[in-house]
Write a protein that binds this ligand. Structure first.
Ligand SMILES: [Zn+2]
Ligand SMILES: [Zn+2]
Length: 290
């Protein structure tokens, strides 16, 4: 099984990658629509974790994405943890790009407010509740999952773990299906992530099993190899391919090649990973690790 996922951000967030693409006058939402069309060409399901502001501020442009029968919409925070004015100023003065998002998810009460706003706008726009979530920048703390579970979220995909091949239930009640295939953005040379930027960047996620950066072609080959290995073991391969990264790296060329491969297997949404949650999943994952 393959669970293809992507994260989508509102243009107002002005991430480093959005700013890099700004001269091309194409928005992340428009790129996402092309991504979904390509998934449609190969009949591959995808779960898109979308910031609430995308639904609030860019609904007209985004609505066709939600109309696809292949797409599940999940939450990705309402506001996208924008950096404070102070960090932005320091970054401008030093000439060095700061990370696009804050390194803290905020206080417990501000997280509660953000989650409630995300769920409210999603319900209003989509006419049904969302149940799947990924933390933006994978930034979360000890409060986050309790808040999400209390608000009705059931599925989370924040962990980076190549040994966990089946979903498992967390103590807070959420079902976790980690990204168990090399993720795209932080391992790809693309957009602003040129060799100089990569050499300066500190390792963003301490639990990330991968450390290097690759050309889009080499990254694509790694993804294909890992997905095939997980399929051979009967696991659920959760793949992160951001619309923006796939577009910026090579105009969807590698993505299309991967979709062609993915279409040979069963593809599922995050909200369907529950079907692969078995009492044996812990044992299965431990065996896969050996
Ligand atoms: Zn994000
Ligand atoms: Zn990227």
């Amino acid at each position: 099984m393959i669970c293809l996922t992507g994260d989508v951000h509102h243009d107002g967030l002005r991430t480093n990658e959005q700013l890099f693409l700004a001269p091309r006058k194409i928005s992340e939402v428009a790129i996402t629509l092309d991504y979904v069309r390509l998934c449609g060409k190969y009949d591959v399901k995808c779960t898109l974790y979308v910031t609430g502001r995308t639904l609030a501020d860019q609904w007209e442009a985004f609505q066709p994405v939600t109309a696809s029968p292949l797409v599940e919409i999940g939450g990705h925070t309402y506001a996208g943890l924008p950096q404070g004015a102070w960090v932005k100023l320091l970054s401008r003065l030093s000439g060095e790009k700061a990370c696009s998002h804050s390194s803290s998810p905020g206080t417990c009460s501000s997280q509660k407010r953000d989650v409630a706003r995300m769920l409210e706008i999603a319900h209003r726009r989509l006419d049904k509740p969302i149940v799947s979530w990924r933390s933006h920048g994978l930034v979360r703390d000890r409060h986050t999952y309790g808040i999400l579970a209390g608000a009705g979220i059931k599925f989370i995909s924040d962990d980076l773990n190549w040994h966990q091949l089946l979903p498992e239930r967390l103590p807070q009640g959420l079902i976790s299906h980690p990204m168990n295939v090399i993720m795209d953005h932080d391992h790809l040379f693309h957009a602003h992530r040129n060799p100089e930027y990569v050499a300066r960047q500190q390792r963003p996620f301490p639990d990330d099993p991968a450390s290097g950066s690759y050309t889009i072609e080499d990254w694509g080959a790694l993804v294909e190899k890992q997905v095939r290995a997980i399929e051979a073991k009967g696991g659920v391969a959760t793949v992160l391919m951001h619309p923006l990264c796939m577009f910026a790296a090579d105009g969807f060329k590698t993505m299309e090649r991967l979709l062609k491969q993915f279409s040979k297997f069963k593809t599922i949404w995050a909200s369907e990973t529950e079907n692969y949650l078995t009492p044996l999943s812990k044992e299965f994952n431990q065996n896969a690790e050996k």
